[in-house]
Design a protein. Structure first.
Length: 171
C-alpha cells in the first residue's frame, strides 16, 4: 500500500469512527439526556460539589471513550459499531484492564449527568441502558468474539474482567 493509499484508508477509518461516535454514544449519552431528561435545563454551578463532580465525570467519561475509540481504530482497524467492528482483537490500552471500557466510559458520562440533573427519570433511563448493554454483551458480543477470535478471546476473558478492571502486577 502506498503512503497516499494508507493515508486515505486511515482518513476513511477516522471518518467512520466519528460518524459512529455521533450516532451511538452521541445519541445515547448526549442527545437523549439533553432532549428528554432535563440535561438542557441544568444551570451549572461549579460551587455545588455535585455539579463539580458531575462535570468531572462527564469529561473523564468522554476522554476515556475517545481513548477507546482511538484504540479500536489504531489496533483493531475498526469502529465501535458492530457492523464495522475491529478486524483484530483489541487488548491494548484500557482493554488490558477491562473488556468493556467503552460502555464503562459511557456509564461514567451517565453518572455525571445524573449528578447534574438529579432526576429519577434519568436514573431509570441509565439503569435500563445498562441492563440492555449487559444483555447485548452477554448474548451477542461475547459469542461473536468467541467465534471470530477463538482461543485468543477465551484467554482474554480469563485474564480480563467484563465490568470490573483487573490490574495485574508487572513481573
Amino acid at each position: 500500500m502506498t503512503t497516499d493509499q494508507s493515508w486515505r484508508s486511515s482518513a476513511w477509518l477516522g471518518f467512520r469512527s466519528l460518524v459512529w461516535t455521533v450516532l451511538v454514544p452521541g445519541v445515547v449519552a448526549g442527545y437523549l439526556p439533553w432532549r428528554f431528561f432535563g440535561l438542557s435545563l441544568v444551570r451549572l454551578d461549579l460551587l455545588n460539589p455535585l455539579h463539580l463532580i458531575g462535570v468531572v465525570c462527564v469529561g473523564l467519561g468522554a476522554a476515556l471513550l475517545a481513548a477507546c475509540i482511538w484504540e479500536f481504530a489504531r489496533s483493531g482497524r475498526g469502529t465501535l459499531a458492530p457492523v464495522d467492528a475491529p478486524r483484530e482483537l483489541v487488548v491494548q490500552g484500557l482493554y488490558r484492564y477491562v473488556r468493556n471500557p467503552m460502555y464503562l466510559s459511557v456509564a461514567t458520562i451517565g453518572v455525571g449527568e445524573l449528578l447534574l440533573v438529579q432526576s429519577r427519570a434519568l436514573l431509570l433511563y441509565w439503569t435500563a441502558w445498562f441492563v440492555v448493554v449487559n444483555l447485548f454483551v452477554i448474548a451477542y458480543e461475547e459469542p461473536t468474539l468467541r467465534q471470530r477470535f477463538g482461543p485468543s478471546y477465551e484467554r482474554y476473558t480469563r485474564e480480563v474482567g467484563r465490568w470490573l478492571p483487573r490490574f495485574r502486577s508487572s513481573q
